[in-house]
Design a protein around this ligand. Structure first.
Ligand code: HEM
Ligand code: HEM
Length: 179
């Protein structure tokens, strides 16, 4: 894959992984919402939870890779440059999005192990991060729910901010992230 960074946009690799992450995140949320809305005993209820876990676990290495590469990458400038306070909020938002992409799967993994189950990827058992513990399971479940649910709000703000910059401010914020 061509990963040459032009200074007016993110690298091809960053752009590809960004939009792949969006697709994965959408599937992660849709699967858990379906799991929770289907009645107990429905044939798809369990598979939906399994897919939530599979996709969440697959997102983890992608997010870790992105976090490491973005720290070393040159961020393309926004033209015209937004005010400093907006740049600060953008930075905080990016940090939050990484906390979500890395924290939610990790806490989910810990939650499942603490409940006494093994996390598996299509039948392949993954190592346990913690041993069974009722108190840790409760804590991780709360943290997973709070972090996961906060994603709805902050991802929406992130997407609206990108569209606001594109259509109203008419700068190159979104163009830098488009293929
Ligand atoms: C970015 C990745 C992830 C996000 C955004 C996410 C988000 C969520 C959300 C919003 C819920 C519903 C919470 C509720 O209403 O109680 C949930 C439930 C759940 N998640 Fe995740 N999750 C992610 C990854 C994972 C992973 C990797 C695992 C396991 C290894 C996992 C295991 C679970 C389980 C078992 C539930 C059901 C919890 C329950 O029934 O109380 N999640 N997740
Ligand atoms: C329709 C939905 C989305 C749109 C329109 C969008 C748009 C953008 C744009 C324009 C940027 C560049 C911002 C800048 O450099 O100041 C960006 C960066 C970023 N976006 Fe999104 N995004 C969306 C969804 C998501 C999702 C679901 C996530 C992950 C949860 C995410 C995570 C990030 C991160 C971490 C960055 C910083 C650049 C990087 O580290 O690769 N975005 N997004």
């Amino acid at each position: 894959m061509n990963n040459t960074a032009r200074h007016d946009r993110y690298s091809t690799l960053s752009i590809t992984l960004h939009w792949l992450t969006l697709v994965l995140m959408a599937a992660i949320y849709i699967s858990i919402e379906l799991h929770e809305s289907l009645p107990r005993g429905h044939a798809l209820r369990r598979p939906m939870e399994d897919w939530h876990i599979y996709l969440g676990v697959c997102l983890l290495p992608i997010a870790l890779f992105r976090a490491v590469t973005i720290l070393r990458a040159k961020i393309p400038a926004i033209v015209p440059q937004p005010p400093t306070w907006q740049m600060r909020i953008t930075k905080l938002m990016k940090v939050y999005l990484y906390v979500l992409m890395i924290g939610a799967p990790l806490i989910g993994w810990i939650m499942v192990n603490a409940e006494g189950h093994v996390v598996s990827l299509w039948g392949l058992a993954l190592p346990s991060l913690v041993s069974e513990s009722e108190s840790l399971a409760g804590l991780a479940s709360e943290a997973h729910e709070v972090l996961g649910m906060s994603g709805y709000f902050f991802i929406a703000i992130h997407a609206f901010a990108a569209l606001y910059h594109h259509y109203l401010v008419k700068d190159n914020t979104l163009k830098r992230m488009l293929p």
